[in-house]
Design a protein. Structure first.
Length: 301
């Protein structure tokens, strides 16, 4: 990596650590949202740096759709054990069983949208007043509108037209009873920054991010992984392809990229050359032009 890139990454790291420490200083019960994806893994790494040699002063929260890649869950459990962190799991299946949400039906059914209710219920149950997330402004246009400290009202909703100004590095965490904040310490990072930082810090990732053989099928131009709960249409069939994930989420909406990149250096070269956005293969973003913003208004990540 070139020297100027290292300096840039160190500046981003410093900014993110500052934001994480501000969360610990301003809020009584923060939590770190952990999906098992690269951004939440980086957040966990940054949080450990922020408070080292002490343990993390807040738990990790994973909203489990029940439709995760098994590699994600194995990595999550291994990391939690390794760093001696507290893990809280919110279950979408429990939300379904308790009548809080209704499972979607049909070929394009997904639990990705349902996890919003599970997240809000879990935040309410544990009285968390700040949830640290791995959202970045370069991912999607709705996320580009969001502040570092993103206010949520007593219903967990976000109002993009009524956000607090953030001048210099001053963050306003004042809230009323029942309200909470989402905080995004890596807002100013790009996908390339993330991968270069992973390389610089030698951060371990789930094997899904590297090339591997997997049974997949194509739908609407997106390669999706085989799973017992996925229904194939008449014109669809499973094929074995060499693929990897650029972003990890619910299996039903996580598109896989055809790729032979088997190292961080190869992934960085691939990202530098691609013209497809990171979330270009996410089926949940394709449901409507404003899909992400609509979900965020309702309380999504």
């Amino acid at each position: 990596m070139k020297k100027y890139n290292l300096n840039h990454l160190k500046e981003l790291e410093s900014e993110s650590i500052y934001v994480i420490r501000e969360v610990a200083a301003q809020f009584e019960k923060p939590v770190l949202l952990f999906s098992g994806g690269k951004d939440s893994i980086i957040l966990t790494h940054l949080a450990r740096k922020a408070f080292w040699p002490a343990k993390l002063p807040f738990p990790l929260l994973h909203i489990d759709t029940g439709h995760n890649f098994k590699e994600t869950i194995l990595f999550r459990d291994s990391l939690v054990k390794k760093i001696c962190a507290q893990l809280i799991v919110g279950s979408v299946q429990e939300s379904i069983d308790n009548g809080r949400v209704v499972e979607e039906k049909g070929y394009n059914a997904s639990r990705n949208v349902l996890q919003t209710v599970t997240l809000l219920d879990t935040i309410e149950k544990y009285k968390f007043d700040a949830a640290i997330g791995g959202g970045r402004r370069d991912e999607e246009k709705a996320r580009a509108k969001e502040r570092f400290f993103s206010h949520r009202d007593e219903f967990g909703q976000w109002d993009p037209k009524n956000q607090r100004p953030e001048l210099w590095n001053i963050f306003n965490g004042k809230k009323n009873i029942g309200e909470h904040f989402r905080v995004f310490p890596i807002s100013n990072w790009t996908e390339m920054d993330v991968w270069q930082y992973i390389l610089m810090e030698n951060i371990e990732l789930p094997s899904l991010y590297y090339t591997h053989k997997r049974e997949v099928f194509i739908r609407d131009g997106v390669w999706l992984a085989k799973a017992s709960f996925m229904k194939l249409k008449e014109n669809e069939k499973y094929e074995t392809k060499i693929v990897r994930c650029r972003t990890i989420g619910d299996i039903t909406c996580t598109g896989l990229a055809l790729s032979t990149a088997n190292s961080l250096q190869e992934i960085i070269r691939e990202i530098a050359a691609t013209r497809t956005t990171e979330r270009g293969g996410r089926a949940d973003d394709m449901r409507s032009e404003a899909a992400m913003e609509d979900r965020k208004k309702e309380g999504y990540f």
